[in-house]
Design a protein around this ligand. Structure first.
Ligand SMILES: NC(=O)C1=CN([C@@H]2O[C@H](COP(=O)(O)OP(=O)(O)OC[C@H]3O[C@@H](n4cnc5c(N)ncnc54)[C@H](O)[C@@H]3O)[C@@H](O)[C@H]2O)C=CC1
Ligand SMILES: O=CCc1c[nH]c2ccccc12
Length: 291
């Protein structure tokens, strides 16, 4: 079992386990199995969202794990069809109830849809009331954060953005560092297509370090100082994805640069400035996870 998982310290002093388990596009049964295996193998951080429609399953798996709540770090997110102060508070309470928790570790605005300033005001109040240990955003570019900060009294502590070797977001990474906002990477493996982990450069490094291609990519994120939330529903891969902290496993600066050269502006998800996506998502019902 991996026991040496490092933490990233947020601007308010909260510690986040640098690797968590992402549960997007998992059925309830997959969530229950995967979260159980993750916790058994040393994970203490789970990333879900109201949009994933599996918060209740995450809650059950947490309860069944028998781990003291205070040792777990649980994130969920508010979806784009919720807008406004009162709706945000109501949505937060709904998520908390589904998760069976009495506080959240991290609550994120999922996408920068129009009106996010009012949602943020509600999140600030929930944070000040002690109901959330840290608040943040997801899929925000620098200009969205600048817009948010015009009226905010608290800066986001995290920005969760798509990041992998084909979409490195170097400028945004530097901007976030300059603002002391933690960079959390979604689809850190480039998602299920496996095209990132099939890249010959990644495979060559896997041979060199005697690690899997997925471990090379995840280690690259870790050395960039990012929080990562790889998803898997297979116990062996869940174990593999956190087994990246052996003391001799350190990519050299030259090897980090080889991966840096793979940056090619290829996205898994929508561009956060794509207002078509955001408009559609306002009315989207999550049919994949419909019960
Ligand atoms: N904030 C946001 O808008 C978004 C957040 N997320 C979060 O990020 C998490 C991870 O992102 P995903 O899109 O799920 O992509 P990912 O990059 O974590 O890839 C997951 C896929 O990679 C493969 N995989 C996992 N471990 C592997 C291994 N060791 N060897 C070979 N293949 C492996 C599996 O096919 C798996 O389905 C999500 O589950 C979710 O929690 C994901 C999408 C959007
Ligand atoms: O958290 C995931 C948000 C999301 C909704 N639809 C898509 C499509 C592709 C990547 C991410 C997402």
């Amino acid at each position: 079992m991996a026991t040496n998982i490092p933490y990233i310290e947020l601007s308010n002093g909260v510690l986040v386990p640098q690797v968590g388990l992402g549960v997007f596009r998992m059925s309830d049964q997959e969530v229950e199995n995967s979260v159980k295996w993750a916790i058994q193998n040393g994970y203490r951080h789970i990333d879900t969202a109201s949009f994933y429609d599996n918060e209740e399953a995450v809650g059950r798996a947490i309860k069944d794990s028998g781990i003291d709540r205070k040792y777990l770090f649980v994130t969920t997110k508010i979806w784009n069809n919720i807008r406004g102060y009162d709706e945000t508070i109501a949505q937060f309470n709904k998520s908390l109830e589904k998760l069976g928790l009495d506080y959240l570790d991290l609550y994120l605005i999922h996408w920068p849809a129009q009106g996010f300033e009012e949602d943020w005001r509600a999140m600030e109040d929930l944070y000040k009331a002690g109901k959330i240990r840290a608040i943040g955003v997801s899929n925000f570019k620098a200009h969205h954060i600048e817009q948010l900060m015009k009226n905010a009294t608290i800066a986001p502590m995290v920005d969760q953005i798509e990041t992998h070797p084909y979409l490195q977001e170097t400028d945004l990474h530097e901007y976030l560092q300059s603002k002391n906002i933690a960079h959390e990477s979604w689809s850190p493996l480039g998602a299920g297509l496996n095209k990132v982990i099939d890249n010959p450069v990644i495979k060559e490094l896997a041979d060199k370090y005697q690690k899997s291609p997925a471990q090379i990519v995840l280690r690259w994120h870790i050395q960039r100082g990012e929080i990562i939330i790889p998803k898997s529903t297979h116990e062996e891969r869940i174990k593999e994805n956190i087994d990246i902290f052996d003391y001799h496993f350190d990519l050299t600066p030259e090897d980090m640069n080889k991966i840096a050269e793979l940056d090619s502006d290829q996205r898994v998800g929508a561009d956060p400035d794509d207002t078509d996506f955001l408009d559609k998502s306002m009315t989207y019902t999550n049919q994949n996870n419909a019960k």
